[in-house]
Design a protein around this ligand. Structure first.
Ligand code: FMN
Length: 181
C-alpha cells in the first residue's frame, strides 16, 4: 500500500510532524510505504484562477513542485492531509496544494483514493476543528474520495504539549489500522 502524506506545517519538528511520524510508523509496521511531501518546503505557486488549465489540455501554467507531487498522487492508495489549524482552517501551505488540484479535477475525481486527516491545534474548544472537519469532508465528497480515518489533536500548541497526550498513540494506531492487510 502506498501512502502519500501531504504535510502542511511549516515546522519540521512540530506537532503535525509528530503525528505524521507516529502514523507513518504504524503504516510501516504493517508493510505500507509512506512518502511525505513537505508542502512548506516546496515551491507551490498559489492558483491564480487564470483558467488556462480549462482552456487547453496543457495543464497548469506553473511548472513548480506540483510536478513532483502529481506522480505521487496518481500512484497513492491513501492520501493523508496533515495540517496545523491556522485560523480554523488548513494551513496556507496545504491549501496552496489543494487549490492546485483544480487543474486536474477530472482526473483526481476518477481516482477513488482513500483519505486520512491528521491535524493539531492549540485550543481546547469542542468546536475548534468544526470548520476544518467540514472542509475535508466536503473535499472528499467532491473528489469521490473516501475518508477512512482521522486524528484531530486539540490543546497542543507545541510538540512538548502533544508528547504529554495520547494523540501520538492514536495516530500510530490509525496508521496500523489503515495499513492492515
Ligand atoms: C498562523 C497561526 C494560526 C493559528 N490558528 C489557530 C486556530 O485557529 N486555532 C487553534 O486552536 N490554534 C491555532 N494555532 C495554533 C496551532 O494550530 C498549533 O500551535 C499547532 O500545534 C501548530 O502545529 P505545527 O507545530 O505542526 O506547526 C495557530 C497558529 C498559527 C501560527
Amino acid at each position: 500500500m502506498k501512502v502519500l502524506v501531504i504535510a502542511g506545517s511549516p515546522h519540521r519538528a512540530g506537532t503535525t510532524a509528530l503525528l505524521i511520524e507516529r502514523f507513518a510508523q504504524g503504516v510501516a509496521e504493517r508493510g505500507g510505504e509512506v512518502t511525505v511531501f513537505r508542502a512548506g518546503e516546496k515551491r507551490i505557486h498559489p492558483c491564480v484562477g487564470c483558467m488556462a488549465c480549462r482552456d487547453s489540455d496543457r495543464g497548469c501554467v506553473y511548472a513548480d513542485d506540483m510536478e513532483e507531487l502529481n506522480p505521487l498522487l496518481r500512484t497513492a492508495d491513501v492520501v493523508v492531509f496533515a495540517t496545523p489549524l491556522f485560523y480554523f482552517g488548513m494551513s496556507a501551505q496545504l491549501k496552496a496544494v489543494v487549490d492546485r488540484f483544480f487543474a486536474q479535477n477530472d482526473a483526481l475525481r476518477g481516482m477513488r483514493k482513500r483519505v486520512v486527516v491528521l491535524a493539531a491545534c492549540g485550543d481546547t474548544d469542542t468546536w475548534a476543528f468544526d470548520a476544518l472537519r467540514s472542509h475535508f469532508e466536503t473535499i472528499c465528497r467532491y473528489l469521490h474520495w473516501e475518508l477512512i480515518g482521522s486524528c484531530y489533536a486539540q490543546g497542543v500548541y507545541l510538540r512538548a504539549d502533544l508528547e504529554k497526550t495520547d494523540y501520538p498513540e492514536q495516530a500510530y494506531r490509525l496508521g496500523r489500522q489503515i495499513a492492515a492487510p
